[in-house]
Design a protein around this ligand. Structure first.
Ligand code: NG6
Ligand code: CA
Length: 522
């Protein structure tokens, strides 16, 4: 039999343990020297194909963007903010996992039938934030694959966003130009009639279904390259689809629809902080502004949908304000890759562009290893907490993982994400020292003001999108400080710098591990 003293000791130890578990917040590692963790709501507003020069605050004169400009003027506007890739799926993969996309060979532009790209065992931003007591949601474009290979769109679709950390998901599977053209809420196609099941195929058409290629008379928007498979709402898409009539989205209402869903999520009362990934579809093709935005600019639909997106941001921020949440919400706004004008439809984006510089002074665009592929608008806003400023510090969307972990009181290491919380909050200008950039399987390296682009095979300019891709028979070395538009190749003038850059790049990237795949757009 135990003595009384022993029992008291046991009880004491039990309470000591409980206190320890509670105060340590479970499995999360607490940073020794960090300030008290905070739990603001966190919103990432992510645009699709918005270029460095497309916003008023980044120099655009032709597209009024007062609402996003207001965020930038009240927060930090980064001039060296990067997506991780010059295309969508790899950038989104990096944003959510904190891992360089080129570490995953499947991280490339995905068809609508691709399996889930993120391993369900992988670390993700929403999982990390859930561990810190957050509720998590995605509203908008997913484009990171769904299911394990053969999705039945008429049943629960899994794994998907809900299996990699999102408590709530309301998404389009891939892109606005890819089938299936339906919304999916927590794995279920919204408004699906079971008597009209959906079929999706990226290789062959379903019997008797019209296509953009064979039925031009049915089209309200004409395809320029690709985009000639199934027709939905008069718009030819990538991939074939049948059925699901009642579930098909209305393109012109998509922005309002995602906005309303994001607003409803913010308004739903909860006792936990929330993380919302609001992934807008603009200005990706097909550009389908709601009629009330048609003609908002002189640039045709591409300009008009940017105005529409800006309006959505304004409405969304207003909702945060009305709900009394603005002072307690960190907003990060950025884009998944650089701009493109003609991305496959005749929509006047190129013919009506006039003097507008969607990439600002930067060279290249979407798909490119030159700066405009990955350098994008990047804004952080937290009313009353961030001092308005312009920051030249180098930051990447990759860094949100470690930085948001630090914000909420934990440590997230072991990925490519760097903890730059002070930089994101405008308290430091010590950003990244270097970064590997990716575009369609190829990579480049920035260190300080210098950029190294290795030699790559393939066309210098993609003839469909008319963008310089960054392919050249010889490597290129640029100094962005003196030459922001990457016009002067300094490999011969600065051989020592070239060698130094190459060594540093190969340490991260792995020597000889470079692809030379030319971009194929048909
Ligand atoms: C390309 C499409 C382009 C766009 C892109 C993905 C063709 C010819 N082009 O293959 O229109 O959909 O994929 O864009 O099909 S992204 O922003 O999602 O990466
Ligand atoms: Ca994109």
């Amino acid at each position: 039999m135990k003595s009384n003293t022993g029992r008291i000791q046991q009880i004491f130890y039990f309470f000591y343990l409980i206190t320890c578990i509670v105060s340590c917040g479970g499995p999360a590692k607490e940073k020794a020297s960090s300030p008290a963790p905070q739990q603001p709501n966190i919103v990432i507003i992510y645009l699709d194909d918005l270029g460095y020069g497309d916003l008023g605050v980044y120099g655009s004169k032709a597209i009024p963007t007062p609402n996003i400009d207001a965020l930038a003027k009240g927060g930090v506007r980064f001039t060296n903010g990067y997506a991780s890739s010059a295309t969508c799926s790899p950038s989104r993969y990096a944003l959510l996992t904190g891992s360089y996309p080129w570490r995953n060979k499947n991280a490339k532009i995905l068809p609508g039938t691709a399996p889930l790209l993120i391993d369900t065992a992988q670390k993700t931003v929403p999982k990390m934030l859930k561990g810190q007591g957050y509720e998590t949601a995605i509203v908008g474009k997913w484009h990171l694959g769904l299911g394990n290979g053969a999705v039945d769109w008429n049943k629960k679709i899994s794994p998907g966003p809900n299996e990699v950390g999102f408590d709530y998901s309301y998404i389009m599977a891939a892109t606005q130009d890819r089938v299936p053209t339906v919304y999916i809420e927590d794995g279920m196609v919204v408004s699906l009639d079971p008597n009209d099941p959906i079929g999706v195929n990226y290789k062959e058409n379903f019997d008797g279904e019209p296509t953009g290629k064979e039925n031009p008379e049915l089209l309200t928007m004409k395809w320029h390259h690709g985009h000639n498979n199934s027709i939905v709402n008069g718009i030819p898409r990538i991939g074939y689809m049948k059925g699901g009539e009642s579930a098909k989205w209305s393109d012109v209402d998509m922005a309002d629809h995602f906005l309303a869903t994001a607003q409803a999520y913010v308004k739903s009362k909860r006792d936990k902080p929330f993380f919302l990934y609001y992934a807008m579809q603009q200005p990706h093709v097909p550009r389908t502004p709601h009629p009330r935005f048609v003609g908002a600019t002189e640039l045709g639909p591409r300009g008009d949908v940017i105005v529409e997106a800006d309006w959505c941001v304004g409405q969304f921020v207003k909702t945060l304000e009305e709900e009394g949440l603005l002072e307690n919400t960190l907003i990060v706004l950025s884009s998944d890759n650089g701009p493109v004008l003609n991305d496959g439809y005749y929509d006047d984006a190129d013919t009506k562009n006039g003097e507008h510089k969607a990439a600002g002074a930067l060279r290249g665009g979407k798909y490119s290893l030159f700066e405009a592929g990955t350098r994008v608008p990047f804004i952080t806003y937290w009313k009353g907490r961030i001092q308005p400023q312009v920051s030249d510090a180098m930051v990447c969307q990759l860094d949100l993982m470690a930085s948001l972990a630090a914000l909420t009181g934990t440590v997230e290491d072991g990925t490519d994400s760097q903890e730059l919380l002070d930089v994101l909050l405008g308290n430091s200008d010590q950003g990244r020292k270097d970064l590997v950039l990716e575009a369609t399987g190829r990579t480049a390296y920035r260190s300080g003001d210098w950029v190294l682009i290795p030699a790559y095979k393939g066309a210098a300019v993609n003839k469909f999108v008319q963008i310089e891709l960054g392919n050249a028979p010889e490597p290129m070395l640029f100094n962005l400080k003196d030459d922001p538009s990457q016009q002067n190749n300094l490999t011969a003038a600065h051989p020592e710098k070239f060698k130094e850059m190459l060594v540093k790049y190969e340490v991260i990237r792995g020597a000889g591990n470079f692809e030379t795949k030319p971009l194929e757009l048909k």
